[in-house]
Design a protein around this ligand. Structure first.
Ligand code: 5GP
Ligand code: ZN
Length: 113
């Protein structure tokens, strides 16, 4: 997708600190980390947001969560972690390519739910 920041990162056109890649998923460290471990887990397919998911593309979410479990083990997050998805303007989404924030490495506070 033209002019999508995360598509450009996946394509290697914009540098990132990659932590994981497979056929369907790319994961890299957030440029503005909110925890000692803050990784963005992204489907390679350009899906704008969670609201764009349906039966044709939802496998990408399962693949992201499979990757999250692997990354969490590799990052030493055996005591737990948080996965966050922001969707749309009211959800605070700033990059319109579906992504999951993987946060950990510290006892996390400030829960909304
Ligand atoms: P959102 O606000 O859409 O849920 O999350 C977007 C995330 O992308 C933010 O946490 C922001 O710090 C991160 N981000 C924005 N631009 C870049 C970039 O160029 N490289 C990396 N690694 N992360 C970025
Ligand atoms: Zn994209």
């Amino acid at each position: 997708m033209d002019n999508c920041l995360f598509c450009k990162i996946i394509a290697g056109e914009i540098p990132s600190t990659k932590v994981y890649e497979d056929e369907d998923v790319f994961a890299f460290r957030d440029i503005n980390p909110q925890a000692p471990v803050h990784i963005l887990v992204v489907p390679k397919a350009h899906i704008p947001c969670a609201d764009a998911l349906d039966e044709t593309n939802s496998r990408a979410v399962a693949k992201c969560f499979e990757a999250i479990a692997k990354i969490a083990k590799a990052e030493g997050l055996q005591d737990g972690y948080r996965v966050i998805n922001n969707c749309g303007a009211d959800g605070g989404q700033t990059v319109m390519h579906l992504h999951f924030h993987l946060l950990g490495g510290v006892k996390l506070g400030e829960k909304m739910i």
